[in-house]
Design a protein around this ligand. Structure first.
Ligand code: ADP
Length: 154
């Protein structure tokens, strides 16, 4: 049985923190699906096709990583792609409280699925997609905040 994990998120944009979580989780799973969630209530900044393209470029040599988009419940999408694990990153105690509610709700909906948390590396613990967007919008240097070799220019 293949160990498949879904790493769900908005990834608006995908940051160095997200990349690190995926790379550190690779030895744990046979496959990691990065699922960009399409959420009608959330206003995206970077277009979905760009977000997807940047992540595809980043993992083009990693056969164990797939990039998909999905809408609807994360647990339903896990069933669709046969993922038994949801991968999430934790930066702060605020993340923990937020993630705990989501993970326990998901567990209530689907007992087969385990959420696996990796603690962020200290050097990534302050990085959030929303601050990256703010720095980018205002012309600041985001090169240390996003994965190396990716340019966010649209
Ligand atoms: P969402 O909209 O679901 O919160 P995000 O794209 O913001 O999606 O984040 C996806 C996952 O990555 C979440 O588990 C989040 O806690 C984690 N994450 C975000 N930034 C970092 C970081 N700098 N280091 C580690 N994990 C992170």
């Amino acid at each position: 049985m293949e160990r498949i994990a879904l790493f769900p998120g908005s990834f608006d944009p995908f940051t160095a923190g997200h990349e690190s979580i995926v790379r550190r989780a690779l030895p744990l799973f046979d496959k990691i699906i990065i699922g960009i969630g399409i959420n009608d209530d959330k206003k995206d900044y970077f277009p979905l096709n760009h977000r997807k393209k940047w992540i595809e470029e980043l993992f083009k040599d990693d056969e164990k990583v797939e990039i998909k988009t999905y809408s609807g419940l994360t647990v339903d999408y896990c069933d669709e792609v046969r993922a038994k694990f949801i991968l999430r990153g934790l930066r702060t105690s605020a993340d923990f409280e937020f993630e705990r509610a989501i993970a326990q709700t998901n567990k209530m909906m689907d007992k087969k699925i385990e959420t696996v948390f990796l603690l962020t590396l200290p050097e990534h613990s302050f990085i959030t997609s929303s601050t990256v967007r703010e720095v980018y919008k205002n012309g600041g240097d985001i090169s240390n905040l996003i994965p190396k070799g990716i340019s966010l220019d649209l």
